[in-house]
Design a protein around this ligand. Structure first.
Ligand code: ATP
Ligand code: MG
Length: 393
């Protein structure tokens, strides 16, 4: 069957009381946003707790579904047959044809589920369900009814028009991006930070990102890799403002002046400080990192405490309790993995201590940072002033 409309189901946003309308409008606009690059001819409309996407003649089904599966807030995508309001005599024939066209093999169990939103429809929903069962069993004797665990649920929604569907393709869930503020993602070229950005964006948070670049120690390819990762995350989160901060000068200074085993942790504290300044400038409410407890020396719980000490903003670390393999699974699902494993050095791998501290003490680190006192503020300001800013979509 060629479907001309899709019913979009959303769950959590239905619970937001009066804000519900705001949430629905943002979801509609996000759906339009992902469909626009495919084709300008889809129409997205809202009707009584439902969103519908109406299609034109020659749209590509798979392409449309793939795009909708990237819109947070959608829990189900139902290809739906829309027919005019009509009496049961003719509607029952439409339902029989629908089942016939959708299911070549009729060896399955079913149940009919009617919602009667149009209270003027002359039959009650229970009667529609009973009649529907009867006409289908007559038309296709191989079918069987199972009211508890049917293989196929045939939904009939009686509205101004009548909607018939039986398939619900899962959506990504979450909340529509734009309903929960903005956060600044520290995006490196690794596996974890794109996953972290994806996970927070899924909760409705709009993303900005910052990458600390260290030319000439890091290559142009390393930078391009981060831009490509941002592009892939943006397929879900919507456009990302990416700040590329030139970190070389700061990193070299830390490397030359501070104790070797502390350079990573000090470097990470300056990354957080700069990210937080950018977050304040751009009205973000939080920072996001891809840190996971114990993954490397700079992510022991002690290191995290020392890194976190420079932050007054909430720092979201959605990978914190995940094993590497779990993070990899998400990276594969969102298609950032292949890019993340490209072998370009990033600034953390270039300036790396042979034996980094795993239990840094805050007082020691603060003491070591005083060795930078005469230059660091100006360097931080310069790093912020000279950053490149690009909109990645
Ligand atoms: P990832 O796989 O996300 O790169 P990682 O395992 O390489 O993480 P670290 O290098 O210790 O771990 O970095 C921890 C977190 O710090 C990253 O997830 C990221 O959020 C941030 N980060 C590290 N390096 C950079 C960088 N060059 N630019 C921006 N953020 C960075
Ligand atoms: Mg990294």
């Amino acid at each position: 069957m060629e479907f001309k409309s899709f019913l979009i189901k959303y769950a959590e946003i239905g619970t937001k009381g009066k804000n519900r309308y705001v949430f629905e409008d943002i979801l509609c606009s996000n759906i339009r946003h992902v469909l626009r690059p495919i084709d300008g001819r889809f129409s997205v409309r809202k009707e009584y707790g439902r969103i519908f996407v109406d299609c034109h003649e020659e749209y590509d089904y798979d392409e449309l579904v793939e795009a909708l599966q990237r819109v947070f807030g959608i829990v189900g995508i139902c290809p739906v047959l829309v027919v005019p309001d009509q009496p049961w005599d003719s509607l029952s024939k439409v339902i029989v044809d629908f089942v016939d066209e959708c299911y070549e093999d009729k060896n399955f169990t079913f149940k009919s589920h009617c919602r009667r939103i149009n209270k003027n429809y002359p039959m009650h929903s229970n009667d529609v369900n009973m009649e529907c069962g009867a006409v289908l069993l007559t038309a296709f004797p191989e079918l069987r009814v199972d009211v508890h665990h049917p293989d196929v649920m045939i939904h009939i929604e009686l509205r101004e028009q009548i909607y018939i569907y039986s398939v619900t393709i899962p959506g990504p869930g979450g909340l529509p991006v734009g309903t929960n503020g903005t956060a600044m993602l520290l995006l490196s070229g690794g596996i974890d930070s794109p996953v972290a950005g994806y996970m927070i964006s899924k909760r409705g948070v709009h993303l900005e990102a910052v990458y600390f670049d260290a030319p000439p120690h890091t290559s142009l390819q390393a930078k391009q890799k981060v831009i490509d990762l941002a592009k892939q995350v943006a397929k879900y989160s919507g456009a990302i403002t990416l700040h590329i901060v030139h970190f070389t000068e700061i990193q070299e200074e830390i490397y030359h002046r501070c104790p070797e085993d502390e350079i990573t942790i000090i470097m990470r504290r300056y990354m957080m400080r700069i990210a937080q300044k950018l977050a304040a400038m751009d009205h973000c409410q939080a920072l996001i990192t891809g840190e996971s407890i114990g993954q490397v020396a700079s992510q022991t719980i002690y290191s995290l405490q020392v890194t976190n000490a420079v932050c007054t903003y909430p720092v979201f670390r959605p990978c914190i309790g995940m094993d590497k393999q779990e993070i990899v699974s998400v990276a594969e699902k969102i298609k950032t993995y292949e890019t993340s494993i490209l072998p370009y050095e990033d600034c953390c791998t270039v300036f790396v201590a042979k034996h980094p501290v795993t239990k840094p003490k805050l007082e020691d680190i603060e003491q070591s940072e005083t060795l930078l006192a005469d230059v660091i503020d100006a360097m931080v300001d310069r790093a912020i002033e000279t950053r490149e800013v690009m909109k990645v979509r």
